[in-house]
Design a protein. Structure first.
Length: 117
């Protein structure tokens, strides 16, 4: 995808829209910019998980996992449902999956796993 070129002749309102888009992007990226939250989102890309499953997968305490899930919920990136005493989390924003896939491709994928261009 080619990025648009901007010149000095922005139309009225374009700068305001650009600033708002930049604010939304930085808020989104801030939510992803914690390794615990990023790992939670990676695991949720494979499907819904309970808090207990996430604790086990992350080898982390319940309080730490719950704190990160609360931030992700606040940002609207995950949603939850309750089933008895269990709480299950899932992705709530389609941009998350796209971003996690890109991060995986750039930082995690072994060279032998990459598709040749």
């Amino acid at each position: 995808m080619a990025l648009p070129e901007f010149d000095q002749a922005l139309e009225e309102g374009d700068l305001d829209r650009m600033v708002e888009s930049a604010r939304q992007a930085t808020d989104f990226l801030k939510a992803l910019s914690h390794e615990g939250r990023l790992l939670i989102l990676c695991h949720l890309c494979t499907g819904e998980k309970s808090v207990t499953e996430l604790e086990r997968l992350l080898s982390s305490r319940q309080a730490a996992v719950s704190q990160q899930l609360a931030r992700l919920r606040l940002e609207g990136l995950v949603d939850h449902r309750r089933e008895g005493k269990m709480i299950y989390y899932r992705l709530n924003d389609p941009r998350v999956r796209r971003m996690i896939e890109t991060i995986y491709e750039l930082f995690c994928e072994k060279p032998s796993d990459r598709n040749p261009d």
